[in-house]
Design a protein around this ligand. Structure first.
Ligand code: SAM
Ligand code: DTB
Ligand code: SF4
Length: 344
């Protein structure tokens, strides 16, 4: 099996006890539903305005033909999904898309690339693009696969605020889903990102046929990273024909809400993002997820290659729920001003 390196992670080297043991996370999942979401909502109110949700836009800057075999992903070259490969976008086109996302009300712009890991010559263009997006006054985020420590430093120097790199599931279930890299490879990149002082966005996918024990282990792992991730995307599997996971039994929606609630309780100051899968969620399920502690969404009509809940639908839902978009954080970039914020 291919692997990026054999380094041990920070936590393994330091032999630090996990902040959240699986037994404690499992006990939260076992609570009666009302007790769990009451506790999660109480935690949420202690740290956040419960009526604010952060808006991140997403753009695929390099699409498809990926060498990895992730069983959930429509962009893997191992699966026949009909996704048309597209080479790395020009900086000007990405910056134009970011400006449009900002006008629509997004405060963070996440650039995704279908790579196992970027080549240094690809990174030359990505750092230029990150600087261009940052100059618009947006928070910047990228998800490009595994990085070297030097690549993480270059991204930081370009103005990258967040790096998204998901653990996706438990370590035990991981090799049922991905065979071309190891869990430790993911942890290693996260360590490089932290060491470069880029904020970590790290979460997972549920609904991949994993057990509750796998979900418990994923949340325990995320909550016990050397620093809690700043953002935790909780994705519901988007089932794409041609991927090995197409046809997996749907996850019970209450188990999904429990996952949001447990993430909120174990990572109280983290933005928990209601991520992929919103297009097929009811308004009621999304409202319950916000109550249980979700306070961020991917905002825009497309995720990377699949559809998202539309901006029109989200604006209407926010109005019905009295939810406001979270104002932009001050990330030290120049704001071009004059944008239309999302209005109720
Ligand atoms: N290639 C890079 C990597 O894998 O780290 C970055 C892009 S990859 C598409 C980013 C994340 O998208 C994955 O880690 C996974 O969590 C999520 N993802 C991909 N396909 C998905 C699907 N069908 N449903 C839900 N989430 C998905
Ligand atoms: C994350 O956790 N979810 C996003 C983002 N990080 C990059 C991606 C979701 C992808 C869904 C499938 C697709 O559109 O290709
Ligand atoms: Fe490639 Fe990322 Fe998709 Fe895996 S999740 S196949 S690494 S684009």
């Amino acid at each position: 099996m291919a692997s990026m390196n054999t380094d041990h992670t920070e936590r393994e080297r330091a032999s630090v006890a996990p902040r959240w043991r699986e037994s404690a996370v499992g006990a939260l999942y076992e609570l009666p539903f009302n007790d769990l979401i009451f506790r999660a909502h109480t935690t949420h109110r202690q740290h956040f305005d419960p009526n604010e949700v952060q808006l991140s836009a997403l753009l695929s800057i390099k699409t498809g033909a990926c060498s990895e075999d992730c069983g959930y992903c429509p962009q893997s070259a191992h699966h026949a999904t009909g996704v048309a490969p597209e080479k790395l976008m020009e900086t000007a086109d990405v910056v134009a898309a970011a400006a449009a996302a900002k006008r629509a009300g997004a405060t963070r712009f996440c650039m995704g690339a279908a790579w196992r890991s970027p080549r240094d010559r690809d990174l030359d263009r990505v750092v230029e693009t990150v600087a261009g997006v940052k100059a618009l006054g947006l928070e910047t985020c990228a998800t490009l696969g595994m990085l070297t420590s030097e690549q993480a430093r270059r991204l930081k120097d370009a103005g990258l605020d967040y790096y998204n790199h998901n653990l996706d599931t438990s370590e035990a279930y991981y090799d049922r889903i991905v065979s071309t890299r190891r869990y430790e490879d993911r942890l290693q990149t996260l360590e490089y990102v932290r060491a470069s002082d880029i904020r970590v966005c790290c979460g997972g996918i549920v609904g991949m046929g994993e057990t509750r024990a796998d979900r418990v282990a994923l949340i325990a792992e995320l909550a016990s990273l050397p620093q809690c991730p700043d953002s935790v995307p909780i994705n519901m599997l988007v089932q794409v024909p041609g991927t090995p996971l197409y046809g997996t039994e749907d996850l019970d929606v209450f188990e999904f809400v429990r996952t949001i609630a447990v993430a909120r309780i174990t990572m109280p100051t983290t933005h928990v993002r209601l991520s992929a899968g919103r297009q097929s969620m009811s308004d009621e399920l999304q409202a319950l997820s916000f109550f249980a502690g979700a306070n961020s969404i991917f905002y825009g009509d497309l995720l990377l290659t699949t559809g998202n809940a539309t901006t029109d639908h989200d604006r209407a839902l926010f109005a019905r729920l009295g939810i406001r978009p979270q104002p932009a954080a001050d990330t030290g970039s120049v704001d071009e001003g004059g944008v239309d914020r999302v209005r109720g």
